[in-house]
Design a protein around this ligand. Structure first.
Ligand code: ZN
Length: 410
């Protein structure tokens, strides 16, 4: 979702294009995008634009006669400017067009959930009442105001920063970045911060929001309008970087996953190495939730290989037909590699291994399953995988040296 830095830059560039000109028409491609019926579209068209404002994560077109057009982009809504007035609204993703004297502003939303909206509002009081969630402006708040907001309600810092009633314009992406810069845990309670931590959080909030606003502003000036507005930027430290190296300490970025979102953080920088419960991983690990990064690494290795990190990666259970180096089997046959290319046969490796040379039901495949003689039986059984597609704990052929030793020793 576009947040304070993105919206600020949208406001600046839209203002460059339309302030002082008339809003000539509002063309709706989707009737659902307009959420109000009074004032009518005809009442706001033809009015000149006085100002463009940011209100939380909304963009407000301030028109003459105390009329307002409020656009909320939600998660996937984006603006596109074209100098060609009356330009066609892009099919499927196009929601509406605002035609001005010097060009058109197109609103599109590349998502199956159409959540972006436009409200037409009469009067400043109505604007405040319906659209101002009341959060303090993070870049304008002095220390006393900042502390008052933190202490007003006792929530986790992640929730406090992203609550529009408390802080205006901060969402999931920049809250991750702010907490990482402040070296504070996302689940730290807002009323429990000491003075030094409050100062760190406030300084980080300023630094992150200003740094990204400046970066986005520079980018927008190149083409005259923001393009590729995204919550996942290359220059972010932790947001959207799950599993990648933290730029400060180099340890992997962690996450807390909720229904359709996730919070990213660095355990080393922010939580003293402690891992915060992740719903999807917790389910997998049940009570064995690891308490430290080291423990997590060990547990993941065990889950992945079935044999633990100490013994190295396991072989694909069905790839027994080749003598290629063991390293090449590292990816194939591990959970999550279904559909990846078999490293030796260039065919698709299902979760049980390469099937090109052993298609289901082929004589060779059937033969490999059936014990050839009573003596082969134990070996043949271990060749398959268990009901969950995992390899047996140890399928390495006995080394010649071992065999030799056992047969020749007295
Ligand atoms: Zn770190």
């Amino acid at each position: 979702m576009p947040e304070l830095p993105d919206i600020t830059v949208y406001v600046e560039r839209i203002a460059d294009k339309v302030v002082g000109t008339k809003l000539e028409a509002i063309r709706l491609a989707s009737p659902f995008v307009l959420r109000t019926f009074d004032p009518k579209v005809a009442e706001v068209t033809g009015k000149s634009v006085r100002e463009i404002r940011r209100l939380g994560k909304r963009i407000v077109f301030v028109l003459e006669d105390d009329l307002f057009v409020v656009v909320h982009l939600m998660v996937a809504g984006r603006f596109e400017w074209t100098d060609q007035k009356g330009a066609k609204i892009p099919g499927k993703i196009g929601l509406l067009a605002l035609d001005f004297e010097r060009g058109s502003l197109l609103l599109r939303e590349a998502s199956s959930k159409k959540r972006a909206s436009i409200h037409l509002v009469r009067g400043e009081a109505k604007l405040r009442e319906d659209h101002d969630r009341g959060g303090v402006e993070p870049l304008a708040a002095d220390r006393a105001a900042f502390v008052e907001v933190l202490r007003r309600e006792n929530h986790t810092l992640k929730r406090t920063l992203t609550d529009p009633r408390l802080f205006s314009g901060i969402g999931n992406a920049y809250s991750d970045e702010i907490l990482h810069a402040a070296k504070l845990s996302p689940v730290r309670m807002s009323t429990k911060l000491d003075d030094a931590e409050i100062d760190r959080l406030r300084a980080a909030t300023f630094a992150i929001l200003e740094r990204f606003t400046e970066a986005l502003r520079k980018e927008s000036l190149v083409k005259g309008f923001p393009e590729k507005v995204t919550a996942f930027r290359e220059d972010m430290a932790v947001h959207g970087k799950y599993g990648k190296a933290c730029p400060v300490c180099g340890d992997p970025v962690q996450r807390i996953k909720y229904a359709d979102n996730e919070c990213n953080y660095c355990a080393t920088c922010q939580t003293g190495g402690k891992l915060l419960a992740d719903r999807s991983l917790s389910r997998l690990m049940k009570e064995d939730w690891p308490r430290s990064l080291e423990e997590l690494e060990e547990k993941k290795a065990v889950l992945r290989g079935g044999r633990g990190a100490r013994e190295g990666p396991r072989k694909c259970p069905r790839l027994t037909h080749s003598a290629a180096p063991r390293e090449r089997f590292r990816a194939a046959g591990e959970p999550g590699t279904r559909g990846r290319t078999c490293p030796t046969r260039t065919s698709s490796s299902r979760s049980r291994g390469c099937r090109r040379n052993h298609p289901p039901g082929s004589p060779r495949r059937r033969a490999s399953r059936r014990p050839r003689s009573p003596l082969d039986a134990p070996a043949a059984r271990t060749r398959g995988s268990d009901s969950r597609g995992r390899a047996p704990t140890d399928r390495r052929p006995r080394r010649a040296a071992d065999t030799h030793a056992s047969t020749t020793s007295p």
